[in-house]
Design a protein around this ligand. Sequence first.
Ligand SMILES: NC(=O)c1ccc[n+]([C@@H]2O[C@H](COP(=O)([O-])OP(=O)(O)OC[C@H]3O[C@@H](n4cnc5c(N)ncnc54)[C@H](OP(=O)(O)O)[C@@H]3O)[C@@H](O)[C@H]2O)c1
Length: 296
Amino acid sequence: MDDGGKVGVAVLGTGRMGAAMARNLAAAEHDVRVWNRTRERAEPLRDAGVTVAATPAEAAEGAACVLTMLTDAEAIEGALDGEDGALAALGPEGLVLQMGTVGVEDVGRLGELVEGAGALFVDAPVLGTKQPAEEGKLIVLASGPAGAREGTAPAFEAVGRRTIWLGDAGSGTRLKLVAQNWVMTVIEGLAETIALARALDVDPAKFLDAIDGGPLGPAYAQIKGKMMIDGEFPPSFTLKGARKDVRLVLDAARSADLELALAPAILERFERAIELGHGDEDMAACIAATQAPATI
Ligand SMILES: NC(=O)c1ccc[n+]([C@@H]2O[C@H](COP(=O)([O-])OP(=O)(O)OC[C@H]3O[C@@H](n4cnc5c(N)ncnc54)[C@H](OP(=O)(O)O)[C@@H]3O)[C@@H](O)[C@H]2O)c1
């Protein structure tokens, strides 16, 4: 760790979440270097005092920790491994903080890759979407070796409002998949409820109003429900990303010999909405599979 608790952090992946996290790390005065496959997308971060590197290895050179916020395990492996990969440049005491959403098996493989290179692996997916990421208010589901905990604090405090420490690496991902199952059932349930309201000639805004503020009316339903009613879906989390997560949930359930009834149905609905052209929109666009958005 550098003087004053400031650390060198390499952020790999500057998509919706990673860019916001890099900005908050820089705002906390850490020395932030980013790498993104599509370099132009990382360039605007220079305004925040962030250095844009050409390769993951260049980003990781001299850093205390490497934070990955990439789509899936394949992308993470690609950024960590190989000649230009971050592990080639990260020192022996270095930390890898895997913060994206991956599968149960993926996390085991990633841990072996990192530990095989002599670094410490912390599995730390997050709860919260684009806005909490921008506000530095994510909830970090951290898991990994006790010896890694202290070194993670500067980064986790900059990106999150709360860190929940769980057990061995992989516990964070398991809790994240449990939480994703909940979110996906809520979003699909909300979509079908709004479609039902319309089919029954009920103004869906009246439904949202009726549940607002009570135990059945979480803020999430208000935010996503308004998007569904307006038929406008600027992405916080894309429908393609949500499909990935439903698949991860299903894989995890299968490997635990648990049969889920809702997740396969949700996957089918998400697939249909993606076929209709909504894959890069917010996952609230899943309503398109049940009913084309219409203004009422
Ligand atoms: N958005 C949310 O609400 C949210 C919340 C919690 C967790 N997450 C998780 O956080 C992760 C990132 O999500 P996001 O919403 O920030 O996604 P995003 O905006 O789509 O960004 C994805 C990032 O991954 C990179 N990438 C994708 N495939 C790659 C590959 N094969 N090789 C190298 N880089 C690759 C992209 O690079 P390019 O710019 O070159 O495409 C981009 O930097 C995902 O695992 C997601 O499930 C998202």
